[in-house]
Design a protein around this ligand. Structure first.
Ligand code: NDP
Length: 244
């Protein structure tokens, strides 16, 4: 599948590491004009060296006012990838207000805020657009110690459908990708025990986790015209886990 994003303005959140970083690299290689948004400046500096010409924005997306200042006048964006997230590990009975608020602020509230900024711009300019939320298969299935994180991802499913319904008349498509474990920094934080990791992998029909590239390919498909009639959907990148 040959994709071409030549000249299209794109914005990726959580661009410093992992899936977001590889999404920026792929979009840049396919000709998009990318704005990379993340929290650690050193990551953005090294990403700029790898992808000359990208624009970078360093901001804590969990901070509404700072995000408004940083992205309120970001300029035209036709393709948006809401990817930034944090994953606290807490048993349900030990969930704290601070962790709850922080996780919902970064994983969900910033997705709403950045989508509003970008979608208002698309509507103002009268251009079609595509928004992809990086969710998780835990939107559909539970794991220990992930109740807060999973709830943010479950809520993203509802926002995906609600946004698709309200933004569809403006030719803006909204979808999600829902991966299983990907062994990025985040995946390694969640899966520290090699024996648990081995058993979990064996529960996947394909006997593997997802690769970052698999997730990026699904994001690119949903951003592109190849998915022109798809909106309000989620693509599972779960090595068959939910089928088992
Ligand atoms: P990583 O932790 O490897 O990378 C996340 C990136 O998001 C980092 O660059 C991080 O910056 C940035 N980020 C986090 N919080 C903020 C914030 N408040 N403001 C700005 N940037 C922020 O995660 P992954 O690449 O693994 O995950 C990407 C997405 O994929 C997430 O939405 C995650 O939930 C989802 N996902 C991941 C899975 C996995 O197993 N890895 C499985 C299923 C879904 P910094 O490091 O500077 O904080």
């Amino acid at each position: 599948m040959q994709l071409n994003f030549r000249g299209l303005p794109a914005l990726v959140t959580g661009a410093g590491k992992g899936i977001g970083r590889d999404t920026v690299k792929a979009l840049h290689a396919l000709g998009a004009k990318v704005v990379a948004v993340s929290r650690t400046d050193a990551d953005l500096v090294s990403l700029s060296e790898e992808c000359p010409g990208i624009q970078t924005v360093c901001v804590d997306l969990g901070d509404w006012d700072a995000t408004e200042r940083a992205l309120g006048n970001v300029g035209p964006v036709d393709l948006l990838v809401n990817n930034a997230a944090v994953v606290p590990l807490q048993p349900f009975l030990e969930v704290t207000k601070e962790v709850f608020d922080r996780t919902f602020s970064v994983n969900l509230r910033s997705l709403v805020q950045v989508s509003q900024i970008v979608a208002r711009g698309m509507i103002h300019r009268g251009v079609p657009g595509s928004i992809v939320h990086v969710s998780s298969m835990v939107a559909h299935v539970t794991f220990p110690n992930l109740s807060v994180y999973s709830s943010t991802k479950g809520a993203i499913s509802v926002f995906t459908r609600a946004m698709a319904a309200e933004l569809g008349p403006y030719k803006i498509r909204v979808n999600s990708v829902n991966p299983t474990v990907v062994l990025t920094a985040m995946g390694q934080k969640v899966l520290t025990d090699p024996e648990i990791a081995r058993k979990l992998k064996e529960r996947h029909p394909l006997r593997k986790f997802a690769e970052t590239e698999d997730v990026v390919n699904s994001i690119l498909f949903l951003l592109s015209d190849r998915s022109a009639s798809t909106s309000g959907s989620g693509i599972l990148v779960d090595a068959g886990y939910l089928a088992s």
